[in-house]
Design a binder for this molecule. Structure first.
Ligand SMILES: C[S@@+](CC[C@H](N)C(=O)[O-])C[C@H]1O[C@@H](n2cnc3c(N)ncnc32)[C@H](O)[C@@H]1O
Length: 230
């Protein structure tokens, strides 16, 4: 089975062997690929909603993989027992939702030795949470698929040491490694801050002025990082 660029990049971070749980599996493309490529022997594929789980079930049955892909319905890690999976994939879900999913089940998280994440938004919040909760970001990568930029964040138990929270927020491994798409990524972040600043700059009350001041300061710092990196 061919796999989209983003999913293929996620699969490349899955160590061979061991049990993987794909949380928010939707169509189950990743679990099917992991089994068919011989990377994983067993995958737990779980989703919050019955609709996606039904499409996952159909895809898994069509490929006769029911004995290798365990389909489960439920919220986040509620579908897992402690020690069931060593690797978790959480892709295509908002960064703050990923954070909440992880924080809700510390007993399950205890036996996990790798998190492979692709937050759709709020990746900075997720990175800050990871660093504050005993996870070290071991690798990061940007993927451009159909003009959309995706961030992959891989973490393992450990200490994330950082001097400047802004680097952590933006992606410390992306910056250190000078990801080939770093200029596009930082350019888009700068655009977002500029747009947000234009939106509040028109405000006349104290709260709007304070928000504009904070946004401006942040924008300047991101511009400095971009200048230093590129
Ligand atoms: C955009 S799809 C991503 C599918 C696949 N992981 C990928 O990256 O292509 C997001 C999926 O996450 C599921 N989801 C959202 N919140 C969830 C939660 N708290 N627990 C489990 N699944 C969740 C949704 O139902 C949906 O099927």
């Amino acid at each position: 089975m061919g796999l989209a660029k983003r999913l293929a990049a996620l699969a490349a971070y899955v160590p061979a062997g061991g049990v993987v749980a794909d949380i928010g599996t939707d169509h189950a493309y990743l679990p099917i690929f992991l089994i068919e490529a011989g990377i994983s022997k067993k995958v737990i594929a779980s989703d919050l909603r019955p609709g996606p789980l039904e499409s996952a079930t159909r895809a898994v049955e069509e490929r006769h993989l029911k004995d290798r892909i365990d389909l489960r319905l439920g919220d986040g890690l509620q579908t897992l027992g402690p020690g069931e999976a060593e690797v978790l994939v959480l892709a295509g879900i908002g960064g703050n939702t990923i954070k909440e999913i992880l924080a809700a089940k510390p007993d399950v998280l205890k036996s996990v030795n790798r998190l492979i994440m692709q937050p759709m938004a709020d990746a900075g919040d997720l990175r800050i949470w990871l660093a504050g909760n005993g996870w070290k970001i071991i690798s990061e990568r940007l993927i451009n698929e159909d003009g959309r930029l995706y961030q992959i964040v891989v973490a393992e138990p450990g200490r994330e040491l950082f001097d400047d929270e802004l680097y952590l927020e933006l992606g410390p491994r992306l910056i250190e490694r000078r990801d080939p798409l770093l200029n596009v990524y930082l350019g888009r972040i700068i655009d977002q801050y500029e747009r947000a600043l234009n939106g509040v700059a028109a405000g006349k009350n104290n709260a709007a002025r304070e928000k504009a001041r904070r946004l401006k300061a942040k924008l300047e710092r991101v511009r400095e990082v971009a200048k230093r990196c590129l």
